[in-house]
Write a protein that binds this ligand. Structure first.
Ligand SMILES: [Zn+2]
Length: 185
């Protein structure tokens, strides 16, 4: 029996940094590690997972959760970045890998830009053997941040993927559900 570790938080909370650290430690210990990312996440290099600070690790881009199970091969550790991009089969895929003896690490946002939770990630949190919540620093007041604040209107409907130009971390008190556009002076 393997395990499921969920690392969750808002944007800029160091989730991917934690994933790269854990994947690197497992590799250094001689374990076979495969890192997956969702094909929708094209903010950075195609075949890599990259942190906001520029740390990177080789990753396979897949379109659906089932592809993780189908292509994990003989991996002993499977790391999945940005789990919230994946379809709702992700918890079942993680459970199947755990059943095979694989240690699964998933990073994910807890909540969407309107503040609502991702149902898939909530299910993963219930199943996980270990759930590490990571925090960012609120861009407004400096307190621990748990939510990603949308600070720019959407270019296209449904185009939620963005970086520091579109989102900033906020605490619960400073979070405004939806788009909080900066005041123009
Ligand atoms: Zn705040």
């Amino acid at each position: 029996m393997g395990s499921i570790t969920l690392i969750s938080g808002c944007m800029f909370s160091g989730k991917t940094t934690a994933l790269i650290r854990e994947a690197g430690a497992a590799e250094a210990a001689g374990r076979r590690v495969v890192v997956f990312k969702h094909g929708v996440d094209r903010r950075y290099a195609g075949g890599e997972v990259v942190t906001h600070n520029g740390a990177r690790v080789a990753a396979r881009a897949v379109k659906v959760s089932a592809d993780v199970l189908a292509t994990a091969g003989s991996a002993e550790v499977v790391a999945i970045d940005e789990g919230h991009f994946f379809d709702d089969e992700l918890p079942a895929v993680c459970a199947a890998l755990r059943e095979r003896g694989v240690d699964v690490i998933v990073t994910a946002l807890d909540r969407m830009w309107k503040g609502q939770h991702f149902p898939t990630i909530q299910r993963l949190a219930e199943m996980a053997d270990r759930h590490e919540r990571v925090l960012a620093v609120c861009a407004r007041c400096g307190r621990p941040a748990t939510v990603s604040q949308r600070i720019r209107p959407f270019d296209r409907p449904g185009d939620f993927v963005g970086g520091a130009e579109s989102y900033e971390p906020r605490c619960e008190a400073c979070f405004v559900p939806g788009v909080d556009e900066p005041e123009v002076e």
